[in-house]
Structures are given as structure tokens and as C-alpha cells.
Design a protein around this ligand. Structure first.
Ligand code: HEM
Ligand SMILES: *[C@@H]1O[C@H](CO)[C@@H](O)[C@H](O)[C@H]1NC(C)=O
Ligand SMILES: *[C@@H]1O[C@H](CO)[C@@H](O)[C@H](O)[C@H]1NC(C)=O
Ligand SMILES: *[C@@H]1O[C@H](CO)[C@@H](O)[C@H](O)[C@H]1NC(C)=O
Ligand SMILES: *[C@@H]1O[C@H](CO)[C@@H](O)[C@H](O)[C@H]1NC(C)=O
Ligand SMILES: CC(=O)N[C@H]1CO[C@H](CO)[C@@H](O)[C@@H]1O
Length: 351
């Protein structure tokens, strides 16, 4: 686009932005990073959010449990190398990548298929305009809403990574289910997320499932004393041995509804992972758990703020990265140069 044209477009835009900034200041919308915007695709893909929402409604009508899979993919994407769609990439030229790391093994294959299907529909309508990382963020947002949770705007404008995240980066950045609250706090404060963010985001475990391997540390070799006895008895039925290959729901009260019952589970000692239950055991986070259990609106309010924060972690914007034509693969015409200013990716050398 010619410079003068950009100027013409930007002048009235600046005016609109100024007005909406004032409007937002009054309702105290959360801050957003430079390069993202609340109205990023307003002219380039005005139907984006409707396309995503309508498609997901159809998908969830058949199987609401897919909402959990989509929410989790966005979390993994953001925590490893930033919300840049790197988790979606398949294979790698140089060894194991993010998708091959153990935490990935339980990401749902369907979630990746749903995201790529959304991309196809969006690009069909709008052309090659919307990034896979934005589609992933929107899918997570709508999963929360369509499962019964809050509806909230998210800033858009993320670009997709040109490089893979490594297996080591995945392991280093994603805390495991055997972590205690101190470990979780370390992992979250490293990302500028606080105790309230940690407890609120863990509330995502109000939907979805887990494999026995993720909580067998609480059953074998001996029973975790913080486990409710009846709850534990039933877990042994599902997972009779330490290497049992079964699954169970994360929120025993309302497994498919996005609500605050996860926190009630924790108070009842029916949290599934050490990382869940310890939020209630540990004094640093206990009062946050009880406040969310008592007040769902408060949970939703803090969850939304935390998701908007998490969704902006180390994003690529502007001319960084690119917009993939296939969410599982880097674009063929671009490659990562093996050196780079400040270790940043995003230098596209060949066209
Ligand atoms: C606080 C640290 C966290 C830990 C240690 C953790 C760990 C886990 C583990 C081990 C599973 C089950 C994997 C399996 O065995 O199948 C799981 C599932 C899930 N996690 Fe987390 N998680 C954390 C935070 C989050 C966050 C921040 C989100 C979203 C914002 C999230 C969303 C989910 C969802 C929705 C599921 C269910 C997935 C499905 O049904 O396919 N988790 N998590
Ligand atoms: C948390 O777990 C770590 C090991 O991962 C351990 O060193 C630490 O003592 C534990 N903290 C508490 C408060 O239990
Ligand atoms: C574990 O369960 C999955 C799905 O239920 C199944 O496809 C797989 O074969 C099982 N693996 C083992 C070792 O039983
Ligand atoms: C619950 O939380 C909401 C949102 O912060 C707040 O407005 C409301 O007063 C709280 N309700 C109670 C009963 O404390
Ligand atoms: C997208 O990329 C994946 C991974 O390289 C590949 O398996 C798949 O066939 C590609 N899809 C299309 C439509 O090219
Ligand atoms: C090594 C491995 O199993 N990687 C998997 C990561 O997750 C995706 C989606 O479930 C699978 O397609 C990969 O095979």
C-alpha cells in the first residue's frame, strides 16, 4: 500500500481510536500490547468472529468436550515461546519440537483439525488475512463462552511464528500436574502472571479430561492424604494401576460446564492434580480459591483479565512472523535465517 494511502486510512482511524480509548478508560478495559488491537480485522475480515463462533457452535453441538481441547491448545501455545501458533506446527527440520514434547501427547488431535478447518473457512471468506494464532485465541475465547462461561472481547493482530518451539522450551515453560503452588507461582510470575491469574486460569480445569498418568502420583505408591477418601476410591477404579491408560473428568461436579464448581471441588478435596488441590492447601492461594468458589462473577471477572493477559504473552505483531496458509506448516516461501538481530525470528529473506 502506498504511503499516502496509509496516511489517509490512518487519520480517521486515529480519531476513532482516540474516542474508543476514552470509552474504554471509563469501563477500565485491560491494557494491550503495542501491535494488537480490539478492532484489528474490522475492515480486512469483518465476519471473522461470526465465522468462528458459528462453526464452533456446530462442532460443540456434536461434542461439547472439544471446547476443553481448544482452550488447552491456546494455553500451551502462549506459554511456550508466546502466542504465535508454534504449537500447531507439525514436524521439524532439526529434531523434536513443541508438538513432540510429552505435555503435547495429550493435546487433542481434533483441536488441531478444528483450528485448521476454521482457518480454511476464514481465509475462504477474507483471503489470506487472519493468523492461526489469532484463530487459536478466538477458538479458546468462544470455547469458554459456548461452554457456559463469560463472553469477552480479545485484542487481535497476532502473527504466526516462522520457527518451531523446541521440546526443551516446552518442558521448561509448561508446569506439570505434580507441581505444588510454589512451583506454579514461579512458572507464572516468570510470565508476569500473579497468584490471582494462576488461580483464575487454573479454573479452566472446570472442563475437560485427564489421563491417569497425570495424577497417578496421588494414588501410587500411596494415597495422597489431601485426597477425599470416596473420591480416591473412585479414582482407583478408573486407574487400578500406575500405568493405567484411562481418562476421567477434571471437574467431578459439572464436567462440561464452564462455571466455578472447580473451586468447590478443591474445597471438597476433589481436585484432580496436585497442581489443582495445592491451590487450596497453600496459604498463598487458599483465600482466592474460596472467594471464587463463593462468587462465580468474581471468578469470571478475574478469569477474563487473566486470559487477556495470557493471550498477549510474547506475541509477534506488525511485520514479525507471518500469516500461515496452513496452520500446521510454515509457509513455503519463507524461512528462518540462522542468525538474527537479538535472536528474534521473523526475518523473511526469500520470496
Ligand atoms: C497451572 C498449571 C497447569 C497445569 C499443571 C496443567 C496441567 C494439565 C494436565 C496434566 C491436563 C490433563 C492432560 C491429560 O492427562 O490428558 C490438563 C488438562 C487441561 N488443561 Fe491444564 N494445566 C494447567 C493450566 C491450565 C491453563 C492455564 C489452562 C487454560 C487457560 C488449562 C486448560 C486445560 C484444559 C481445558 C484441560 C482439559 C483438556 C482436554 O479435555 O482435552 N490448563 N492440564
Ligand atoms: C514444592 O515442590 C518443590 C519440588 O518441585 C520442593 O522443592 C518444595 O519444597 C515444595 N514446596 C512446598 C511448599 O511444598
Ligand atoms: C490407550 O487408550 C487409547 C485410547 O483410548 C488407545 O488408542 C490406546 O491403544 C491405549 N493404549 C494402550 C497401551 O492400551
Ligand atoms: C461477586 O463478585 C462481583 C464481581 O467482582 C461483585 O460485583 C459482587 O459484589 C460479588 N458478590 C458478592 C456477594 O460478594
Ligand atoms: C498442512 O501441513 C501439514 C504438515 O506439513 C500437511 O500434512 C498437510 O497436508 C498440509 N495441508 C495442506 C492442505 O496442504
Ligand atoms: C510425538 C507426538 O505424539 N506428537 C503428537 C503431538 O500432538 C499432535 C496432535 O495430537 C499429534 O499429531 C502428534 O503426533
Amino acid at each position: 500500500m502506498a504511503v499516502s494511502k496509509v496516511f489517509l486510512v490512518l487519520l480517521p482511524l486515529a480519531f476513532v481510536v482516540a474516542i474508543s480509548t476514552i470509552a474504554r478508560a471509563q469501563t477500565s478495559e485491560p491494557p494491550i500490547v503495542k501491535g494488537l488491537s480490539w478492532s484489528f480485522y474490522e475492515s480486512s475480515c469483518p465476519d471473522l468472529e461470526e465465522i468462528v463462533r458459528n462453526r464452533l457452535k456446530q462442532v460443540f453441538k456434536k461434542d461439547i468436550t472439544q471446547a476443553a481441547g481448544l482452550l488447552r491448545v491456546h494455553f500451551h501455545d502462549c506459554f511456550v515461546q508466546g502466542c504465535d501458533g508454534s504449537v500447531l506446527l507439525e514436524g521439524s527440520a532439526s529434531g523434536p519440537d513443541e508438538k513432540d514434547a510429552p505435555p503435547n501427547l495429550t493435546l487433542r488431535p481434533e483441536a488441531f483439525e478444528i483450528i485448521e478447518d476454521l482457518r480454511k473457512r476464514v481465509h475462504k471468506k477474507c483471503g489470506h488475512t487472519v493468523s492461526c494464532s489469532d484463530i487459536t485465541a478466538l477458538a479458546a475465547r468462544d470455547s469458554v463462552f459456548l461452554a457456559g462461561g463469560p463472553l469477552y472481547p480479545i485484542p487481535l493482530g497476532r502473527r504466526d511464528s516462522l520457527n518451531f518451539a523446541t521440546r526443551d522450551a516446552t518442558l521448561a515453560n509448561l508446569p506439570g500436574p505434580t507441581s505444588n503452588t510454589s512451583d506454579l507461582m514461579k512458572a507464572f510470575t516468570n510470565k508476569n502472571l500473579d497468584a490471582t491469574d494462576l488461580v483464575a486460569l487454573s479454573g479452566s480445569h472446570t472442563i475437560g479430561i485427564s489421563h491417569c498418568s497425570s495424577f497417578s502420583n496421588r494414588l501410587f505408591p500411596s494415597q495422597d492424604p489431601t485426597l477425599d477418601k470416596t473420591f480416591a476410591k473412585n479414582l482407583y477404579k478408573t486407574c487400578p494401576t500406575s500405568n493405567a491408560n484411562a481418562t476421567t473428568v477434571l471437574d467431578i461436579l459439572t464436567p462440561n460446564a464452564f462455571d466455578n464448581k472447580y473451586y468447590v471441588d478443591l474445597i471438597n478435596r476433589q481436585g484432580l492434580f496436585t497442581s489443582d488441590q495445592d491451590l487450596f492447601t497453600d496459604k498463598q492461594t487458599r483465600s482466592i480459591v474460596t472467594s471464587f468458589a463463593a462468587n462465580q462473577s468474581l471468578f469470571f471477572e478475574k478469569f477474563v483479565l487473566a486470559m487477556i493477559k495470557m493471550g498477549q504473552m510474547s506475541v509477534l505483531t506488525g511485520v514479525q512472523g507471518d500469516i500461515r496458509a496452513n496452520c500446521s506448516a510454515r509457509n513455503p516461501s519463507r524461512f528462518v535465517v540462522p542468525f538474527g538481530g537479538g535472536g528474534q525470528e521473523g526475518v523473511a529473506a526469500s520470496f
